[in-house]
Design a binder for this molecule. Structure first.
Ligand code: C2E
Ligand code: MG
Ligand code: MG
Length: 311
């Protein structure tokens, strides 16, 4: 529809008036000239206002959609993200043997955003590799001295599937460790892969990290696609049993499959970490299954700032 086009219908003449918000048909009344008619001017003004309003609404919506990714990238560039450390203990004697590094982000409004929300944003926007590298550097900066003094203590970092497939990642980690005089064994990686895709490439990525001297753990084991066959194909150092299994233990321990998973871990020779241990009852039951079982959860400690991890 073109602006100013004249349409004749049922003996009446209409003129088309197009604004940002769309086109209107205006009855042409003679002899009054259209462009001076109050109706036309009113409609034109209303159309312009509606168009402007719509434009602002759409602009705002687009900005809101883009904002988290942009804000996160800004925080990352400014080094404005925090890493906290949740201890991993041997359940039987509660000795701290390691910790998991967990990323924290407070956005410009001061709201704490869960990594379960913002890590997928970085994955979708294609900068998760920068995010992971930031975490690796921050962990090593935070804990270098403590890791030299506490031989055997292992810190694990969560990585995404794309980090695992990135052939340069292991080299990057090696450089960062060398720079600080640290042993590769002090740094492990946790992977959560919920798809069956690219399994061969994933297995290669895992082997690259293991050959470089790092432990590799399957995170959230037992949910989605992680299964026995998954485990035998991927050849890892350990599994982290998903929190849902521990929560489901309850008082009656007969109807759960944790003993079978523990046995499977023993047969395969992989370490097992129970995630989300919150009660003494859960801890006692888990320790009775295997004295070497490791655990992580609020019962032992909440995630801590770096300076409290060894105090
Ligand atoms: P995850 O790797 O399985 O980490 C364990 C999550 O469980 C953490 O949540 C931890 O705070 C929480 N948790 C630990 N103990 C308990 C407990 O006893 N009860 C309950 N209810 N929760 C417990 P968080 O820190 O919110 O992290 C959520 C997920 O975000 C992580 O799950 C991990 O998948 C991802 N994530 C965190 N940091 C990073 C990171 O640096 N990089 C990547 N790629 N992912 C990360
Ligand atoms: Mg994890
Ligand atoms: Mg987990």
């Amino acid at each position: 529809m073109t602006n100013g086009a004249v349409v004749e219908q049922a003996g009446r003449r209409y003129e088309t008036v197009c604004t940002l918000s769309g086109c209107l048909f205006i009855t042409v009344r003679r002899p009054a000239p259209l462009y001076t008619s109050p109706l036309f001017l009113g409609l034109l003004a209303a159309g312009a206002l509606v168009g402007l309003g719509l434009g602002l609404i759409v602009d705002g919506a687009v900005a809101r959609l883009r904002a988290p990714g942009r804000q996160l990238r800004k925080a990352l560039t400014a080094g404005d993200l925090e890493v906290v450390y949740q201890p991993i203990v041997r359940i039987a004697d509660r000795q701290r043997v390691g910790a998991e590094a967990l990323l924290r982000w407070r956005d410009a409004q001061g709201r704490t955003i869960s990594p379960e929300v913002f890590v997928p944003i970085a994955e979708q926007d294609g900068f998760v590799s920068e995010l992971t590298r930031f975490v690796v550097r921050r962990v090593l900066d935070d804990l270098a001295t403590a890791l030299v003094e506490n031989i055997g203590f292992k810190v694990s970092v969560n990585i995404s599937a794309s980090d695992l497939l990135d052939t340069g990642f292991a080299r990057f980690v090696a450089r960062e460790l060398q720079r600080r005089g640290l042993n590769p064994a002090c740094l492990g990686f946790e992977i959560t892969e919920r798809s069956t895709a690219a399994r061969a490439a994933m297995a290669q990525g895992i082997q690259r990290l293991r050959q470089a001297g790092h432990g590799v753990f399957i995170d959230d084991f037992g949910v989605d696609y992680s299964s026995l066959s998954y485990l035998s194909q991927l050849q890892v150092d350990g599994i982290k049993l998903d929190r849902s299994f521990i929560t489901a233990l309850g008082d009656d321990h007969t109807a759960n499959i944790v003993p079978q998973i523990v046995q499977m871990g023993q047969v395969l020779g992989v370490a097992l970490v129970a995630e989300g241990v919150e009660t003494d009852g859960q801890a006692a039951y888990l320790a009775s299954l295997d004295p070497n079982l490791l655990g992580q959860g609020w019962l032992f400690s909440r995630p801590l700032p770096a300076d409290q991890l060894f105090s």
